[in-house]
Design a protein around this ligand. Structure first.
Ligand SMILES: Cc1cc2nc3c(=O)[nH]c(=O)nc-3n(C[C@H](O)[C@H](O)[C@H](O)COP(=O)(O)OP(=O)(O)OC[C@H]3O[C@@H](n4cnc5c(N)ncnc54)[C@H](O)[C@@H]3O)c2cc1C
Length: 404
């Protein structure tokens, strides 16, 4: 293995966004960009959508891994598949999104760029390069984009199965299913279990809140300059507050209108085999106890970032590292994307929109090529103030009045 110029760690949506953006900015990187992941392209994403039987994404058609915002829409139009873009923001169907991503991998010449091995260590060197341990090999890269996901399931209830491990096919008609959580994953699991003939209790901390996307659209634009000006601890708190569990209105209506799903406000106090006790004392028998309680990022829990933090300590707030405006770790040539970059990118960091925002931040630092057009505000932290008044704007879904 010769030394690559860039190593992207992770072949998920964030890794694909990174690789496509970097090659788009500097086609000369072709053959010198390596993507390390033991799993095939988007394997984790595909498995998640299949396990939960999610037929459609929640995000808009302009949020995908290709650099041009309307690439997915144009691709669907060219193949007569626009019917697979649905809802107010043209959310792509699961199959359409997967096919588009496969096409993008091939089109970008990335099929042969993936090395099927895990990165176990990143060690920034004095000469500015980064020593990357990939499987049993060590390479020296000019830059690394860490796109390894790594959220840990949040498991606030013992003896329960987190949505990461739920098997819907295990549900039999007449069984009793308790689902905990007020977000789309919990709501979706409740409806799918009901489809299978189960009697479902959905336990929510607060009344179901309806929202189209998991993060308010302001977090892709107007909220970001103010966010960037906050101290890290306040950013962490704001990012947490901005992501309460929410469901699209249609899912809320389906849950409230279902004869098989009971939505009950409360929390789980105790569990025993086959039984759940709620905080108000009610006891409920259950065959399946599932958690749609989300996941959390913590640099200290991820072996690669934990090692990096030992070599190059950075401030960590609420498990999240304080990065440079270009998402670099402690002034090194390691750049982060994904949920771990939320102190820089805001609450949308972990999703597909966040992957695009991240690419816009690190691409110039990695390739030396400035983006032709910025879609998202970029902070000028040294001034301690909001972003410059460059013309920015999130692309809208041209099919959707909701986006205009
Ligand atoms: C049920 C569900 C539905 C969702 N729907 C949407 C949606 O519609 N729209 C949206 O924008 N977001 C959605 N999200 C959020 C979604 O998880 C993220 O957008 C996305 O999966 C994160 O991508 P990622 O590349 O950061 O992580 P992942 O998809 O987890 O990919 C990370 C990759 O890194 C690899 N990796 C890990 N460690 C290493 C290592 N040490 N070396 C090499 N490789 C490594 C892994 O094998 C994996 O392939 C959804 C999330 C869930 C749970």
């Amino acid at each position: 293995m010769t030394d690559p110029e860039v190593v992207v760690v992770g072949a998920g949506p964030h890794g694909l966004t990174a690789a496509a953006a970097l090659l788009g900015a500097d086609p000369g990187l072709r053959g010198r960009l390596l993507v390390a992941d033991p799993a095939p392209w988007l394997a984790g994403w595909d498995a998640r959508f299949a396990r939960l039987e999610l037929p459609v994404l929640r995000s808009a058609c302009v949020h995908h891994p290709a650099p041009a915002p309307y690439a997915l829409l144009d691709w669907a139009r060219a193949r007569g598949r626009t019917a697979e873009l649905t809802g107010p923001v043209g959310s792509p169907g699961t199959g359409l999104f997967a096919d588009f991503c496969r096409w993008l991998v091939t089109r970008s010449g990335l099929a042969g760029a993936r090395v099927p091995a895990a990165v176990t260590r990143l060690r920034p060197r004095d000469d500015g390069r980064v020593e990357v341990t990939v499987g049993r090999r060590r390479v020296r890269a000019g830059a690394v984009v860490l796109a390894a996901g790594g959220a840990r399931p949040h498991v606030p209830v013992p003896r329960a199965r987190h949505s990461d491990r739920v098997r819907l096919s295990a549900v039999r008609p007449g069984q009793r299913v308790v689902v905990v959580g007020g977000g789309l994953t919990a709501g979706h699991l409740a409806l799918r279990a009901a489809d299978r003939g189960a009697r479902v209790l959905l336990v929510v901390r607060a009344p179901l809140r309806a929202r189209l996307m998991d993060v308010d659209a302001g977090w892709l634009g107007r909220e970001l300059p103010g966010y960037a000006a906050l101290p890290p601890a306040e950013r962490a708190a704001a990012a947490r507050r901005a992501r309460p569990g929410t469901v699209p209105a249609a899912v809320r209506d389906a849950l409230l209108g279902s004869g098989s799903v009971q939505v009950r406000q409360g929390t789980v106090a105790r569990t025993a085999p086959g039984c759940v006790q709620l905080a108000d004392g009610a006891t409920v028998a259950t065959d399946h106890l599932w958690l749609g309680t989300g996941s959390r990022f913590d640099v200290r829990a991820h072996p690669v970032t934990a090692g990096l933090a030992t070599d190059v300590p950075v401030e960590v707030v609420d498990g999240l590292p304080v990065l440079g405006p270009d998402l670099s770790w402690g002034g090194t040539r390691v750049f982060l994307t994904g949920g771990l970059a939320a102190l820089e990118l805001g609450p949308a960091a972990r999703g597909l929109a966040g992957a695009r925002m991240a690419a816009e931040r690190y691409t110039e630092a990695v390739t030396g090529v400035a983006p032709a057009r910025r879609q998202y505000p970029a902070p000028t932290r040294s001034a301690g103030a909001a972003a410059p008044a460059a013309r920015v704007g999130s692309p809208v879904c041209p099919t959707s009045p909701a986006c205009r």
